[in-house]
Design a protein around this ligand. Structure first.
Ligand SMILES: Nc1ncnc2c1ncn2[C@@H]1O[C@H](COP(=O)(O)OP(=O)(O)OP(=O)(O)O)[C@@H](O)[C@H]1O
Ligand SMILES: [Mg+2]
Length: 274
């Protein structure tokens, strides 16, 4: 693929649409959504519930085909690496495997020997704070802990592109902050291409190089915001006026979409109050 501003493009999604059909009719989840992501960019997607964020990540992961549009993903030079790894919004862990086996699963599929596999898995388990639970099974873990297993597994896979769907959504506020800082550190070390979906505007501004805002259902691109806060970043940046201004600007753009998403599902209404 071509280059933009010196950095090569890793992902180019052009005019992607997705329509789900069943016996009763069809749901248009995504409409004419285009997105380019540069190599090494941390791209965050924010949008109201049901606007098609998870569907779009599944399309990027190759788990689902778009109804129309074109998707190009630039493979890396090292073809032994997986192209994408996904952290799913709903905890996707194997219930019959321990934490260690879950995290090492992708490595095992790639034929990496046990000793090396366990060493890699162990180091990621440590980074997400689950060392004490390394031999535990998912039913012995809380929701947030299972989500951390999913994060460790995706990172252990060392993919070309990391796709993360609300990876911290199930965590309590404090663990979430610790892991946000960990994600920033890991990204500084590896500069991987990341597409990160979150409901939290603050999280998107803290982590991302750019925030793409989607409209309410059917989802398409509403606006995008470059995040020029200096790197390396940590949570201290959230105390700056620039951070506050950016999050508020994005919220102003998102607010209408959230209200229209709520109205279309009948949840709450901005009309008829007072
Ligand atoms: N497999 C499916 N079959 C039919 N409809 C689906 C399917 N998956 C998603 N949808 C519909 O597509 C739309 C987008 O869903 P999606 O899960 O992509 O939204 P989302 O932006 O990730 O929402 P949330 O923020 O709540 O996770 C919704 O209307 C949903 O009901
Ligand atoms: Mg979703």
């Amino acid at each position: 693929m071509d280059r933009t501003n010196g950095a090569s493009l890793k992902i180019r999604a052009s005019h992607i649409s997705k329509v789900f059909s069943n016996g009763k009719g069809s749901v248009e989840a995504i409409r004419d959504f285009s997105l380019e992501v540069k190599e090494g960019e941390f791209l965050c997607i924010v949008g109201p519930s049901g606007c098609g964020k998870s569907s779009f990540l599944r399309i990027l992961a190759g788990l689902m085909t778009p109804s129309s549009g074109k998707l190009e993903i630039q493979p890396g030079e090292d073809t032994s690496k997986p192209l994408t790894s996904m952290v799913f919004q709903e905890y996707a862990v194997f219930p019959w495997k321990t934490v260690l086996e879950n995290v090492g699963f992708g490595l095992r599929m790639r034929g990496i020997h046990k000793a090396e596999r366990h060493a890699i898995a162990q180091s990621w388990i440590e980074r997400v704070g689950l060392t004490k639970f390394i031999h535990a099974y998912p039913h012995q873990l809380s929701g947030g802990m299972k989500q951390r297993v999913g994060i460790a597994r995706a990172l252990a896979n060392d993919p070309e592109i990391l796709l993360m769907d609300e990876p911290l959504g199930a965590l309590d506020a404090q663990t979430r902050m610790v892991l946000q800082e960990e994600i920033l550190r890991i990204w500084e070390e590896r500069r991987k291409t990341v597409v990160y979906v979150t409901h939290s505007i603050e999280e998107a501004v803290l982590l991302g190089d750019r925030v793409v805002l989607m409209t309410a259902h059917p989802g398409t691109k509403k606006a995008e915001f470059p995040i020029l806060l200096p790197r390396p970043r940590d949570l201290k940046v959230t105390a700056t006026p620039e951070f506050g201004e950016l999050t508020y600007t994005i919220w102003e753009a998102l607010r209408g979409e959230v209200l229209s998403a709520m109205e279309s599902t009948g949840a709450g209404s901005s009309k008829g109050v007072g």
